[in-house]
Ligand binder design. Sequence first.
Ligand SMILES: [Zn+2]
Length: 405
Amino acid sequence: MSDLTDRFLRYTRINTASDSSSSASPSTDRQIKFLRVLEDELMELGMDDIELDEKGTLYASLPGDGYGDTVIGLLAHVDTSPEAPGENVNPVLHHNWDGNPIELCDGVVIDPSDTTDMLRYVGNTIITSDGTTLLGADDKAGVAIIMKILRTLISDGGIPRPPLRIAFTTDEEVGRGMDNFDTERFGADFAYTIDGGSVGKVDIQTFNAWSANWNVKGREVHPGSAKGIMVNAVRVLADIVGSIVSEEMPENSSGDEGYHYPLSISSVTSEGDLKMILRDFTSEGMESRIETMKSLEKWIQVKYPRAEISLELSEQYRNPGEILREDKRAVEFALRGTKAAGLEPEESSIRGGTDGSRLSFMGIPTVNLPTGGELFHSRKEWVAVKGLELSYRIVLETLGIWGSE
Ligand SMILES: [Zn+2]
């Protein structure tokens, strides 16, 4: 088995699930335990400036060995999603896969028609969990790829490389991956997160993301004598959701379309809350979604004059696309690196947020590169050995371009 696959399998067996209900940083101690394992491995490799901060980031550097002096950062997150079980991960290798659905325990079936890229790997080895847990390719694959890159660059001095800064981060899956990240300490000019899906894709933009949280105060009275007195928050909130046209819902949106998504309603007659998220790739599109929410608030208030309605809008993350277009090198070199790895490069959009979106706005333009994995955050998660190797190759080629120009 290759060093990359072997490393990946070893990492998947370590439980590193994050926990959104914990307010600690990082949210779980098991993430720190894994960072300590990586810290030891970085020392063995002979990396410089290895620092593990108590908030949950492991930094390290490797000096350049080429003409390029632009400092390039590589990042991967060590946590796995709390949305599927992450304890006792038992990775299973399906050798010489024949292209048929893969059946795992507990009735979990991975059907190639549910994924975008699986049939590319017929005849190759597919790695899954045993069906009782997620696999954790998101983002142990990214961690394994970075470690393998470092090993290759250190043991084979002939490959040109830029000065490198490495960061393994925590709590990406609970949206807090960049909360305690120290950009000055990191000190990269550009960066790549290795946290994407299908090989060939270079993720150059994400959504602009806002939350819209509604609170409605009604008036409670016995329903038998409610006439003219009761104001029912349940009904007001249902009306708000019912007013959003169904074309604007995530189940009817794909590609570069955005959406309004009512996430949850909890209400009794006297008071209730509705949580919504708004997503759009363009800032004009997002402005119009915000306007829609504001006029909906006015209209609902007119319709229910005795209800107390409040709407709180706040920004969650922004599309870094514009920042990446200012100095195109991070994107262009990744596209060239992808081509050099023998793939047809494709600029793509992530319909979700990444640490890279936030990092770009914190001053380090960051592009997301693939890991080869798919169906993340679920027990159907899979990655092909060849997908891992191609993802590794893409990063290595991209660094080679930075190191020689
Ligand atoms: Zn991830």
